[in-house]
Design a protein around this ligand. Sequence first.
Ligand SMILES: Cc1ncc(CN)c(N)n1
Length: 220
Amino acid sequence: MTMVNRLKDSATDQWQQLIHHPFVAGIGEGTVSHRQFGYFLTQDALYLGDFLSTLAVAASRAPRREWTETLLRHAENVTTVETALHASLLPAFGVSAADLGRAVPGLATIAYTDHLVRTAWSRTWPATMAAVLPCYLSYQEIGIHLKAHYHSPDPLYQQWIETYAGDEYGQAVEELLAIVNAMAVDEADWPQVQNVFERSVGYEYLFWSQAATEGHLIDR
Ligand SMILES: Cc1ncc(CN)c(N)n1
């Protein structure tokens, strides 16, 4: 069994809940409010800053030169694909550059990014790859799932869906999966690798839940 499948199989229920999170379905149905989605994009912009740092650390610690090159390219892609998507969508949701500059990270954003950055600096390299895997793969699966089963009545949501279901994002995911499937994982390291993967899946879920409540602890 490939490492990607072994990791996904180790957290099947959590993975399914993540892909089918009610907020995700709401993007497809067009029932998510623009305020909620604007909040989500703002938090995501904050998240991507730390995700970039995580990739940079992972690139510098990679045991093969070609993996360093791939991860550095992916860090660049975060800017060209995802940050560009945010730049084109945020104004449509009423979030200005000044709003973004003033934005503070929500609890789920802090917890998730702390987990990623801490893992990249202090855990094994395979654990770092396992930590970033849900970020890459869940958005692709969500994009493909939404594209196949919904056609969002909101063209802005459809643009978001098309980006994550698209070839450019898919290419980066394929490259990451190839690294994860080729990396050497000691059996003694497996519990740590599995644990950080499962935590990232959980944080992805919480990130959607945070968007649904716009960062409030209790739904209003
Ligand atoms: C929270 C989160 N997770 C994943 C992705 C997709 N790279 C993202 N933009 N934001």
